[in-house]
Each structure stands twice: as C-alpha cells, then as structure tokens.
Design a protein around this ligand. Structure first.
Ligand code: NDP
Length: 292
C-alpha cells in the first residue's frame, strides 16, 4: 500500500514555485500577487485564508488580505471586486466562501474577472475546463490530478466512482478523470445522495474519490482489494484530548480501508495541503498567462 503523501508533495510543489519566483525576481520582474477577500470573521474561513496567505509568503508571492465586515452590502462587495479586477498589480484573487446569507454568492463569483479567477469557480473557467481548453482548474480537483500524476497512479481504463457532485470537487474531478490524457481516460460514475445502494458501486470501483463530508462514511466492506482511495472529506470533530479541542476526520474509515488499498490519501496530510499548493500554481499561471 502506498500513501499518497499530499504534505510532502505540496512541499515539493511549493519549492518548485519558489524557484520560479526567485528566477522572476532575479530577472527584475515583479512577484506574482494573490489577493484574498474575507467577509466576516468565521473561524474556519479565517484559518483557511490565513494558511493561503502564509503559503504565499513561503514561495515569495506578494499577498493582500481584503478583510471586510460581515454586514457589508452586496453592492459594496461588488465594488471591491471591481477594484480587484481593475488593479493591474494583482494577478489573481479568491473570495473565501461561504459568504453571509444576505449576499448572492453566484452574483459575486460571476463578477470576478475570469483571467484572475484562480479558484476556477467562474463559469467561463469551468466551461473551458470541461472543453479541454486552457483554464484555471479548481484547486482541490487540480491537486488530486497532480497527486495521481506524481505517484503515477494508473487511471487509463479504470473504473472511477466519485461520491459527491459539488461544483468545487465532485463534478470537476469526474470531468477531469474522464478526459483524454495521461491522468484521465477513466470510466467515471458520479454518485450523490440519491444514488441507491452506493456500496454496490464503490465495491466495483478501481478508484474511489470521496467528497461528501460525512466522517468515515466509506467502510472496509465497501471496497475491493487493490482499490485506490482519494479522501477529500474534512470534518472537524470535537476532541477534548487534542490541544486544539478538535480533530480532523475524512470521509474514509482509514483503518478499515487502507489494508485493502493499493494507494490511499490520509486525512489530514492528503488532499488538503495539495489544495493550497494548487492555488499558488494557479496564481503563477495567472501571472504567466497575462503576458501571453
Ligand atoms: P457539498 O456539501 O457541497 O457536497 C456534498 C456532496 O455529497 C453532495 O453532492 C451530496 O449529494 C453528496 N452526499 C451527501 N450525502 C451523501 C450520501 N449519503 N451518499 C452519497 N452522496 C452524498 O460538499 P463539498 O464537495 O464542498 O465538500 C465535501 C467534503 O470535502 C467536505 O468535508 C469538505 O469540507 C471537504 N473539502 C475539502 C477540501 C480540501 O481541500 N481537502 C476542499 C473542499 C471541500 P447531493 O448533491 O444529492 O446533495
């Protein structure tokens, strides 16, 4: 069994990106610049944005945190977005989700300039990705594809079962794995909460991508020997024995499933760190594509 080590792979990726930034700076060019918009002070969102800003510093990017109050109006937020679109110094930016309920998330995402949409959530990028065109791929599925590539996990002709059809994970990874190309050419089944007898699908799968957000949902008796398992799930479970007061649990019952797996991602240390590294990669791409 091989552990797909996202922590180690993301560190390698960040070193590669840092090297490119060093060369840009040595040539007298500016560093890529990522901005993050954070509305309100939700604890988890603050942590996520904090790690993104820290990662920027690690690779030598410039970063800007645009922190806005939870009661900001939709109109005022749209003005901030327009400013970020117009600011030539910023190569890419993200709007941390979820947004407060009084703001129409879709309206905000549609206002982001697709050329700066390093989260890859704008329909222009999603459509381009689905059509095999150059696009910003959402960081989590992009990270999964990179892990599969770096560990040379075979996907050609394999049966992949994706559990979860969200716009940011399940749906895009199902498209990417079914596309032509080295990490694609798989036969993909996309399942969701209306799929009856899910275990009948997962037991037949060569590769399973779990992205539903229910801790330890995938049990040992739901997989076959030799399966490859990608666990995207992140759930914080209360744990008084941990200094943080919680522990992170994935969608896979790791102790039951890993003995049967040929490749598996751990949680934490699997898909999570790859997601941040791929956001940096997308920012570097935004910087490079601007000059084309
Ligand atoms: P969503 O809540 O948007 O989607 C969950 C999906 O799971 C839905 O499609 C839902 O089906 C499906 N689902 C729910 N219950 C079942 C069930 N019993 N059987 C089959 N399918 C089911 O989640 P996200 O995709 O945003 O996130 C999924 C998990 O991944 C979460 O734990 C999240 O925290 C984590 N995550 C991790 C990231 C990382 O960097 N590692 C990045 C993004 C997310 P339906 O459509 O029918 O409702």
């Amino acid at each position: 069994m091989t552990i797909l080590d996202g922590k180690k792979t993301s560190e390698t990726l960040k070193k590669e990106i840092a090297e490119e930034v060093k060369q840009l700076k040595a040539a007298g060019k500016k560093a890529p610049h990522l901005a993050a918009v954070l509305v309100g002070d939700d604890g988890a969102s603050l942590t996520y944005v904090g790690s993104k800003v820290k990662a920027c510093e690690q690779v030598g990017f410039a970063s800007t945190l645009v922190k806005l109050p939870a009661d900001i109006s939709e109109e005022a937020l749209l003005e901030e977005i327009a400013e970020l679109n117009a600011n030539d110094d910023i190569d890419g930016y993200i709007v941390q989700l979820p947004l407060p309920k009084h703001i129409d998330e879709q309206k905000i995402l549609l206002a982001i300039d697709p050329a700066k949409d390093v989260d890859g959530f704008h329909p222009a990028n999603f459509g381009r990705m689905a059509l095999d065109m150059e696009a910003f791929i959402p960081a989590t599925p992009f990270g999964i594809m990179e892990l599969l590539k770096r560990y040379q996990v075979p996907t050609k002709g394999k049966h992949v079962v994706v559990v979860g059809r969200s716009h940011i994970v399940g749906r895009p990874i199902s498209i990417l794995l079914s596309q032509k190309g080295a990490q694609g050419n798989a036969t993909v089944t996309l399942t969701h909460s209306h799929t009856p007898n899910l275990a009948e699908f997962t037991r037949k799968a060569d590769i399973i991508v779990m992205a539903l957000g229910i801790p330890e949902f995938l049990k040992g008796d739901m997989v076959k020997e030799g399966v490859t398992v990608i666990d995207v799930g992140i759930t914080r479970l209360k744990d008084d024995t941990s200094p943080k007061g919680y522990r992170i649990v994935g969608d896979v019952a790791y102790n039951e499933v890993s003995p049967k797996a040929s490749f598996i991602t751990p949680v934490p240390g699997g898909v999570g760190p790859m997601t941040i590294a791929m956001l940096l990669k997308n920012t570097l791409l935004a910087y490079q594509w601007k000059d084309l």
